[in-house]
Design a protein around this ligand. Sequence first.
Ligand SMILES: [Fe+2]
Length: 308
Amino acid sequence: MSVMFSQPPRAGAEDVALSKDASIAWHELEGPGGLPMLVIDNALEDPHRVRECAWASRFHTPGPNEYYPGWQATAQMSGEKRLIQDLGKLFLDRLWSRGWPPPLTVADLVPHSTFSVFGMDHEVARRNGYIDQHVDTFSWIAVVTYLFEHDERAGYDRGTAFWKHRPTDLKTFFLGDLLQAAQIEQLFGLNFIDPFRKASVRLRAASMAEAQKQILENPASTRRLFSLEEDNHWSLLKFVPARFNRMVAYPTWQFHSIVDTSPIQALSTRNARLTYNTFIPYPVPAGLGPQPKYQGGGYAAIDGMRVG
Ligand SMILES: [Fe+2]
């Protein structure tokens, strides 16, 4: 009898995977015990290959549902599901060190990724009402991997910034219904309902959407977009500078912004702020959450009733 072994996967056979040499560091955005954020240096096993794939992609300016101050291309890298499962596990183990409660599972995670290249004139963007601080709570964790060299001595800031909204003291925002907010607080460590209750009396808004708009929009501000400048609305909580092959992973409900103050006239594929961006969905089984309405047919004809 002969035993057949399947070929073990060649190291680096996937386009993306966490490197064995990755150094993982947790950072608290709200002081000890607050929401964790992950910074991983030497993150990807073969970042040069990913960078090559990225620059070989076709880029487009953002569509109506994409909000990005630059160019984007769809990224479909092999190994991506495993990568976001590994990252999801790191967060869930940190939140639930004695085992994850049901219904949490990373089995059904489907990644959504882009290659993104910053490229926007901050003055034109300001004139046209662009807002850099934002939240992305349609998914759970945002993962940004820097795929360009950044010389911190060059005098420009490039990276990702996290903010606190001064008038309300809010560091997070969740645009969804109360049940979702409660579940996400319970399962994923969101801390929003209590701070929002305190902030609510200072907001002149009749709905969550209006409150979010009021917080994010500050047309009178002269703050330079995509910079670390603070103003009367925003104070800087943390800045993570870009480094080649550094990965930053954070809960999407934290107010955050892209930082790049380098001159846009000098951007090229050699030096532009190229990132590999992946969103990790909420790690619950497929089918949990809103279901489609009944579409199975079976309606009876009623004799004598006018229809149509
Ligand atoms: Fe974002």
